[in-house]
Write a protein that binds this ligand. Structure first.
Ligand code: AMP
Length: 222
């Protein structure tokens, strides 16, 4: 099964994608995470991506699509992929269809998490990410108690540069202008599953699981 998690920044995509990876054995493919890894390793791709990410802008489509194409060539993705933060433009959505089609597969559903903008701002201002396992936590909604992978301690937590208030505003504008059109794009293809993303991590996860179970039963997806 291949899924897209579509939502604004700070709507819980990363957390839910991580849970789907654990529950369904899918590969969690986060383009934001791939960029951050490249920035850490100081690759050419990382240097380019950084100039856009720090302004809250999207990395150009061609660069992002090439990176995803390369990741999808790795054999583990045959287990199914949960796309987190990709596609973010109509161009990327079309390219993803082509890449998957060339491998004889396709997107089975798009999970659209709805979270109001004021809630997004509240969440992002309290978000902390673990430097080691990269999992996102929130000082109120999803406090760091112990590392689920038992790898890291609380002192690893930091605020992402692009979670600072000015950059968050830019990211929200970019989402409205460039990514939100994907809602209509996938609705027209009857692929969109709308989920209320404002509950607790467990509540949202339960809603997603229910929806996926229904989908699996109705379409006989493995
Ligand atoms: P994320 O971790 O998904 O919030 O992504 C962090 C940042 O990485 C975004 O604000 C963009 O600058 C960049 N980015 C992530 N995914 C994409 C994408 N699909 N297309 C373009 N830029 C992206």
């Amino acid at each position: 099964m291949n899924l897209i998690l579509l939502a604004g920044p700070g709507s819980g995509k990363g957390t839910q994608a991580e849970l789907l990876q654990m529950q369904f054995g899918m590969v969690h493919l986060s383009t934001g995470e791939l960029f951050r890894e490249n920035i850490k390793r100081k690759t050419e791709l990382g240097k380019l991506a950084k100039t856009f990410i720090e302004k809250g802008q999207l990395v150009p489509d061609s660069t992002t699509i090439d990176m995803v194409r390369e990741r999808l060539m790795q054999v583990d993705t045959e287990r199914g992929v949960v796309f987190d933060g990709f596609p973010r433009t109509i161009n990327q959505a079309r390219a993803l269809d082509e890449i998957l089609q060339s491998r004889g597969t396709m997107i089975d559903a798009v999970i659209y998490l709805t979270v109001r903008e004021d809630e997004i701002i509240k969440r992002l201002s309290g978000r902390l990410v673990c430097k080691d396992c990269q999992l996102p936590f929130h000082n109120e909604h999803n406090p760091f108690e112990s590392c689920p992978y038992e790898r890291c301690q609380g002192e690893y937590l930091y605020q992402r540069d692009d979670d600072k208030p000015e950059t968050v505003k830019a990211r929200l504008r970019v989402y409205q202008n460039q990514t939100a059109p994907l809602i209509a794009h996938y609705t027209a293809r009857d692929m969109l599953i709308k989920i209320d993303g404002e509950g607790s991590v467990t509540e949202v996860s339960n809603l997603i699981q229910q929806a996926l179970r229904k989908l699996i039963e109705s379409q006989d997806i493995a």
